[in-house]
Write a protein that binds this ligand. Structure first.
Ligand SMILES: [Zn+2]
Ligand SMILES: [Zn+2]
Ligand SMILES: [Zn+2]
Ligand SMILES: [Zn+2]
Ligand SMILES: [Zn+2]
Length: 245
């Protein structure tokens, strides 16, 4: 019921409220102080299948631009060129239509050093995108990344979590299936048709992201597949801390 965006807005509002009421609720204020940034930080999730961020053809880490065929297979630009713009999975043309949402996702995921070092040297991190694959020491089971911007997993039209089929127009805008119907299969951003071509890679990404309970900062330790945490939020016993304000 509460959408990602709204939930966060609500939280943000909550934060300012509690600041105003400082004298009245000292315990909460103290907690805020301890957590420091915790309150301001955007919600993030854990992407446990980093392979989804690799080109399915050459297995290198995907970097912009990312292309997709009408069947939703994706490939990096060099693979598109090498394959003469023919999807290797289905032979449909590939290399014209971008999968822009995935380009954003790739940019919003940070991964730990494959060697397990905790040194967050920015230069190293920059190279990580293209370089992780070469480090074959990696224990594949342990590889997961952090998706910094969970809004990428929300339908840009209705702001609901993209938990069902995801469609994209030829310009790379995405929408959930119910929005496609509601907009009569016309992309609200560019009026191109939308609702025929699935963005399958994003459907997989959404299913591969785990998020903490929205009340994690109040002590709830439960985690959920993206979108499911809002169902739990209603019955979360830690929610009382928020509503008590
Ligand atoms: Zn490739
Ligand atoms: Zn294809
Ligand atoms: Zn929608
Ligand atoms: Zn569009
Ligand atoms: Zn909870």
């Amino acid at each position: 019921m509460v959408k990602g965006t709204n939930a966060e807005q609500a939280l943000a509002g909550e934060a300012s409220c509690s600041r105003q009421k400082k004298q009245q609720v000292p315990s909460i204020v103290e907690e805020e102080g301890e957590n420091g940034v915790g309150d301001v930080v955007a919600r993030s999730g854990t992407l446990f299948e980093l392979d989804l961020l690799d080109c399915h053809v050459c297995c290198h880490a995907l970097t912009s631009p990312i292309f997709q065929c009408d069947n939703g297979h994706i490939a990096c630009s060099s693979c598109c060129t090498e394959l003469r713009n023919k999807c290797p999975a289905c032979t449909l043309p590939i290399g014209k239509y971008r999968c822009k949402i995935m380009e954003k996702v790739v940019e919003a995921v940070i991964v730990p050093c494959p060697n397990g070092c905790t040194d967050d040297d920015e230069e190293e991190e920059g190279e990580n995108g293209g370089g992780t694959r070469t480090g074959d020491v990696v224990k594949s089971a342990a590889r997961s990344g952090t998706l910094l911007d969970l809004h990428l997993l929300d339908c840009p039209v209705c702001s609901n979590a993209l938990t069902s089929s995801i469609f994209q127009c030829d310009n790379g805008h995405i929408a959930c299936s119910s929005c496609c119907i509601e907009m009569r299969y016309k992309c609200p951003l560019c009026t191109f048709p939308i609702g025929t071509y699935r963005c399958r890679i994003m459907e997989k990404v959404v299913k591969a992201v785990i998020v903490p309970c929205p009340n994690a900062k109040y002590g709830c330790t439960k985690t959920f597949f993206y979108g499911k945490e809002l169902i739990h939020e209603k019955e979360c016993r830690f929610a009382t801390f928020i509503y008590a304000l």
